[in-house]
Design a protein around this ligand. Structure first.
Ligand SMILES: Cc1cc2nc3c(=O)[nH]c(=O)nc-3n(C[C@H](O)[C@H](O)[C@H](O)COP(=O)(O)OP(=O)(O)OC[C@H]3O[C@@H](n4cnc5c(N)ncnc54)[C@H](O)[C@@H]3O)c2cc1C
Ligand code: SF4
Length: 657
């Protein structure tokens, strides 16, 4: 059945990428149809409905035996999600591994997940929002690795500001450090250059955790007394605080109130606020008609709870009060009179005219109820089409449709941050499990000439004890009980050890490799006949060298700081286990799934141009992390959201030609 209505734009997916397109376009007066694979119950854009549905997620989470990122959310057969608990080592007898939604062809399993449901993966993201470094855009010309981006950091700066507005980032620009600067003066000069002299984030910095102060204090002593060696040379370890997508105190200096389309200038522009009068005693005198703006940007739902982060460290998989940003908050602000949303509608194929290459519709299957497996097929029609279904799904839909692939790059260059975890007991109590998942990162090894040899990394100080690698604190109890430790002795043991738990993760940037890829195979389909993504994945020596360098560095820090090392790598600790120069390493996925439809300057080796428009089809845009040609060491969503604003501007220009 074909839809009669023709929309200006048809969007697939209601994660942050789809939501930004929907909000920006409808606010500019365009009519959009949004197709969302997840359940109707999750698409609640009114306060009460949202609250009730969210309570369901919370209850599911509390009752879940295994608490992983997808635990709170429904996994439905009609539109299954990638789930880390489905991942298994790939062996001769288990190849490909087909236990979950992904078909894992190996040789290593791809170890990250994402969420198919209204709001997408931001429902269970951590919310860290650093910008990429300027050098990250020039990996080929500076370090001979991967490719250069078709745009520079400077080109993206105005869009980074839009992304920070939309997410409502909390942070302190003065606390962000650039690895290339070695003096305080250079830091200030780079801050002025890369953020602008007077730039502030929408919200003030979330206080850093007590654990951060203990660990950074120990490292400062190392820096002062006997600096560590990195690749054979003395190195000073520096820290940055991490900008975050969670509510803190709104910054009265922040000048913007909205982002709107200017049809005359054909560009997106910030709307500025009236100046707030900040008095000497810190009291803010807000004009009467702007008082509502003192609410944090992200306080869309229940203003009595989500107004401020409460520091309970369960950001992944679910923030109990919705102080953390999620994409439904953006969708809430779309002009509802111009937005049609169809949930339980799974896009399966993009249709096109073979002669003109113009996209003519999107075929989608609407299922009746969760897991019913009965559905109707429809075609959605618009002038322009936008795939925002996540890096793996976007690639899969393109491959299933046989489009946009004249470069043969669709599905290739799948990347993630490969996380090398290290864990130990601090010499004194740092009290993890208080504050957001992470508030400070080790930032010195994010860039440098060593990137010619091995991957760079960012290293967040994690605030959730040893939960990630060994499921603390439950596992601590289990270990003690297995040793017959009970009663007072048990209480004393746990009270001494759990508050001293330290977890670091060296988040190593994966380089693009054409063989790491998403493909499709007619033998592997889901319950309603859509293709399942087939993943081919491995870790190159560029990554393994980084694991070695990071672990060497970590060993020195732990030894010099008196941290008892409990790190163990083995094939049973995590599914991804690799050997390098006689040592074994485990790595974990970060959920930063990128690269599968990269942007570039030439249609020969990229899928989209710098506006996220496919080279092969004038009326097809792809948004999301699949566009990123290289990953850098930043969590990718802020950058991808900046690119999405750039794409929204290009779509509006095209519609108004
Ligand atoms: C555990 C975890 C922690 C993370 N932490 C961070 C972090 O701290 N910082 C950061 O920058 N990033 C983080 N990320 C990554 C971040 O969550 C993603 O980059 C981001 O959410 C991607 O947004 P998106 O809109 O492009 O895709 P998604 O959020 O995945 O949205 C895709 C949407 O498309 C829908 N969809 C999928 N297939 C179809 C189909 N066939 N038809 C119709 N609809 C479809 C889905 O239901 C979903 O709504 C994390 C990820 C994970 C897993
Ligand atoms: S620390 Fe708690 S309140 Fe703050 S964002 Fe995370 S889960 Fe939400």
């Amino acid at each position: 059945m074909t839809q009669n209505k023709t929309y200006d734009v048809v969007i697939v997916g209601s994660g942050i990428s789809g939501a930004v397109i929907a909000k920006t376009l409808t606010q500019a007066g365009k009519r959009v149809l949004l197709l969302e694979a997840g359940l109707t119950a999750g698409m609640n854009l009114d306060r009460n409905g949202n609250y009730l549905n969210y309570v369901d997620y919370l209850n599911t989470f509390y009752q879940a035996e295994i608490k992983v990122p997808n635990s709170p959310y429904p996994n439905i057969k009609d539109a299954p999600s990638i789930n880390v608990i489905d991942m298994q080592p790939i062996t001769a007898t288990n190849s490909p591994s087909t236990t979950g939604y992904l078909v894992q062809a190996g040789p290593l399993p791809f170890a990250s997940d994402c969420l198919r449901g209204p709001g997408g993966t931001t429902l269970h993201w951590l919310g860290s929002t650093p910008r990429m470094l300027p050098n990250d855009f020039k990996m080929k010309s500076l370090y001979g690795v991967g490719v250069d981006w078709p745009i520079s950091y400077e080109d993206l700066m105005p869009y980074y500001e839009m992304a920070e507005f939309e997410i409502g980032v909390s942070g302190n620009v003065d606390q962000i450090k650039w690895p290339e600067a070695s003096t305080e003066k250079q830091q200030v000069a780079l801050k002025n250059k890369y953020y602008g002299k007077n730039y502030v984030f929408p919200m003030q910095e979330i206080p850093t955790s007590y654990l951060d102060s203990i660990f950074t204090g120990l490292v400062k002593e190392i820096n002062n007394n006997d600096p560590v060696k990195f690749n054979g040379k003395k190195a000073t370890i520096g820290f940055s605080t991490t900008p975050q997508g969670r509510n803190s105190v709104p910054n009265p200096q922040y000048p913007y109130r909205d982002i709107l389309w200017n049809p005359k200038k054909k560009k997106l522009e910030f709307q500025t606020k009236k100046r707030w009068n900040i008095q000497l005693n810190g009291v803010v005198d807000i004009p009467e008609d702007e008082k509502y703006e003192y609410l944090p940007v992200g306080s869309t739902w229940d203003p009595n709870t989500g107004l401020r982060c409460e520091g309970n460290a369960s950001c992944v998989p679910i923030c109990p009060v919705q102080a953390k940003y999620n994409a439904l908050k953006t969708l809430f602000k779309a002009d509802r009179t111009k937005t049609t949303i169809k949930t339980q509608s799974v896009a399966s194929k993009v249709l096109y005219d073979e002669k003109t290459k113009e996209i003519t519709g999107i075929e989608y299957k609407t299922y009746n109820t969760a897991n019913s497996l009965t559905y109707e097929t429809h075609v959605a029609k618009g002038k322009i089409y936008v795939l925002a279904a996540s890096a793996i799904e976007n690639a899969k839909i393109l491959l299933a449709s046989g489009i946009a692939n004249s470069s043969d790059q669709v599905g290739r260059n799948l990347m993630d941050h490969l996380c090398l975890l290290t864990w130990g007991l601090l010499p004194e109590k740092g009290y993890p499990y208080r504050g957001p998942g992470s508030t400070t990162n080790m930032s010195s090894f994010r860039d440098g000439p060593f990137r010619k040899e091995h991957a760079a990394w960012i290293c967040p100080i994690d605030n959730w004890g040893w939960a990630w690698p060994v499921f603390s604190p439950g596992s601590d109890l289990a270990v003690a009980l297995s040793k017959n430790i009970f009663g007072q002795e048990l209480r004393a043991l746990l009270a001494d050890s759990i508050p001293r738990q330290l977890l670091l993760h060296y988040e190593c940037e994966q380089a693009p490799e054409p063989g790491n890829r998403v493909t499709i195979d007619p033998n592997y389909r889901d319950a309603i006949g859509n293709y399942r993504p087939v993943i081919h994945y491995d870790a190159s020596d560029y990554m393994k060298k980084a694991f070695k360098a990071a672990k060497d560095l970590n060993n020195q820090i732990f030894k010099d700081a008196g941290i008892q090392d409990y790190t163990v790598y083995s094939p049973t600790i995590a599914q991804d286990y690799v050997g390098y120069e006689g040592q074994g390493y485990n790595f974990w996925g970060a959920g930063h799934i990128v690269g599968t439809h990269r942007m570039g300057s030439s249609k020969k080796d990229s899928v989209v141009n710098a506006d996220c428009r496919t080279w092969d089809h004038d009326n097809l845009y792809l948004v999301g992390c699949g566009n990123m040609p290289t990953l850098g060491t930043s969590n990718p969503t802020l950058t991808t959201t900046a690119l999405t604003f750039k794409a929204a501007e290009a779509i509006l220009k095209q519609l108004e030609k």
